[in-house]
Design a protein around this ligand. Sequence first.
Ligand SMILES: *Cc1c(COP(=O)(O)O)cnc(C)c1O
Length: 392
Amino acid sequence: MTDDYKPDTLGVRAGGLRSDFGEHSEALALTASFVFASAGQAARRFANEEPGNIYSRFTNPTVAMFQSRLAALEGAQACVATATGMAAVSTMAMGLLSSGDHLIAARGVFGTVVPLFNQILGRFGIETTWVDPTDLDAWRAALRPRTKLLFAETPSNPVCEVADIAGLAQIAHEAGAILAIDNCMCSPALQRPIALGADLVVHSATKYIDGQGRVLGGAIAGRRDLVEGPLFNFVRTAGPALSPFNAWICLKGLETLRLRVEAQSARALEVARWLESHPSVERVNHPGLESHPQHALAMRQQSAGGPVFSFVVRGGREAAWRVIDETRLLSITANFGDTKSTICHPASTTHGRLPPAEREAAGVVEGLLRLAVGLEDAGDIRADLERGLAAA
Ligand SMILES: *Cc1c(COP(=O)(O)O)cnc(C)c1O
């Protein structure tokens, strides 16, 4: 597909491959290995002298379609898919870093990234410095001679802090380092970090790319020299490959990504505005609200605020739990990225293992609730929250 097509066209068409059967919908190549026409062809494929599939840990046509389509939507040169979002983060780190290297990461990234970097990478002699995602001076001050990678998630989850992607790219590139941005919360429907200077975009496809809460998946898109070099090499060798079935679900998810995420984001803003005027609500963290401290930056680098946000209920944990327990429609679950709206209390779930002081410093206070708005009617969502808020 040429680059001339607009994102809506790329979303349904980019990367499509058709077999000899002439199927219209993209085929699910659910196979572990591929056959060769002859012993000679097998030898040439293994020797990399002839293109073609060998084994689905290396390449698979359905996975290849997903990779090409996501690359097109992110404006990336290349993409490699992984089994989960955490497999993408691990592949990024293990594929790019060596013992003695240093990386800088935003405080408030997805919870599981913290033990991955501190404990697992730490065992291999890779050290992480954690910094405030919004403070560019702190990123600059954390640089060391062996800083190879800067990693941030924007907006962050659950407090929706916004990192300046172009500013981080400049800091990384002046230091000869790579900037990787986790784009889960917005997806390429609302934000394209590569156009702002990022070298790599990391995804949990489990979120908005599948978009209906069915499968786990992940991907890294970006510079061809990195993706088709060390990152692809890590996936085919270490093995965190995406299954063809999950790739097929995610590939078809990309076809409706923008329609879903824009609709969910519009509903989220409507609910956030209503919450902001509610007497039982102390604060709402949504990048689309004028009250958000980085609203102007968010509106420069995102086309909308996004479907996920958080708010603080007056009355601490007891009041926040009451809001959850009074819901009848919202799903009480820590996942997000689904067409069904979800609500959770981060301080006692996703962030429950953090020491309380660290949690509070990250903005995860006892009254905080995270809402990921789905495709239900915004009025029905408001009514579901109002019961608990009225009692608070
Ligand atoms: C969910 C999530 C991940 C991890 O993805 P899995 O598919 O659950 O492994 C990473 N980063 C962010 C921002 C996420 O929301």
